[in-house]
Design a protein. Structure first.
Length: 266
């Protein structure tokens, strides 16, 4: 990934708490040339984001991130806390790896892509082990440069429409991360009820479908470059297999775009 996104990385030995982590991020980020907002405003934005949704994602990793007005590029940083920090992760593990991302509000697409790329990288156990074992900030930087892919600029390459029909709602967040990481644009989600909901209320079919069998389906749709479509499908397949689903409850279709009329901002 490009070094122009990076702040100097840090290895921290002293003990601290969640707000101490956010304060350190704000202090360091406010010295970056791309950040014109004062330290207190960066800290406030990070804390508000953390209070809304905890960014500790488990396995000892947190990814605090927020939009900061006045910036002209994304900023990525990394702190490794030797003693661990309680940040409210769902698995209750103390956080040792803290990536943070700050960016201008208008760079939402790149912000999401970089966030997804970091999320994909830290899901790999070997990558987390390398970061936790690093003995210098330079080593941390080298690990990130190898492990985190830089968001790509928009391309004129032919696009495919990827549609995922999802019955397993627990896969939705991971699926969105993967699609974003592959540069999917115009992502949308449609949630619908199964027709069984209505068939079960019709006299003719009432005995065939009961309330216990009613369910919903989520349709996730986006557009990706044709060159990455097959790789994306394989990645989704690997994810469902790793969770023991073996493709059950997930259907992926890929179609090359045939424009009849109009256009979308891709």
């Amino acid at each position: 990934m490009a070094t122009q996104y990076c702040t100097p990385f840090l290895i921290v030995d002293e003990k601290t708490d969640r707000d101490g982590v956010l304060q350190r991020i704000a202090e360091q980020a406010s010295r970056h040339p791309a950040v014109t907002a004062p330290e207190r405003l960066v800290f406030s934005a990070l804390r508000d984001r953390e209070n809304t949704v905890c960014t500790a994602i488990g396995h000892g990793v947190a990814i605090p991130h927020c939009a900061v007005p006045g910036m002209d590029q994304l900023v990525l940083g990394l702190h490794v806390y030797r003693n661990g920090v309680a940040m409210g992760a769902s698995d209750a593990q103390p956080v040792t790896i803290v990536f943070f991302i700050l960016g201008p509000p208008e760079a939402r697409t790149q912000h999401v892509q970089l966030l997804a790329a970091v999320s994909r990288a830290v899901r790999e156990e070997d990558f987390r082990k390398q970061l936790n074992a690093a003995q210098s900030e330079q080593t941390l930087l080298e690990c990130v440069q190898r492990g985190v892919t830089e968001p790509e600029e928009p391309s004129t390459e032919a696009q495919c429409r990827v549609r995922v029909l999802l019955q397993n709602i627990e896969l939705l967040e991971t699926l969105l991360q993967e699609l974003s990481g592959y540069g999917a644009s115009s992502l949308s989600i449609v949630t619908g009820e199964s027709a069984r909901t209505y068939l079960g209320q019709m006299a003719l079919f009432a005995s065939l479908w009961t309330g216990k069998e009613q369910n919903s389906i989520h349709i996730v749709e986006g557009y990706v470059k044709r060159s990455v479509a097959n790789d994306l499908v394989r990645r989704i397949s690997d994810l469902t297999d790793s969770l023991g689903k073996k493709g059950r409850g997930v259907l992926v279709t890929v179609e090359e775009m045939m424009i009849v009329h109009g256009s979308l901002e891709l």
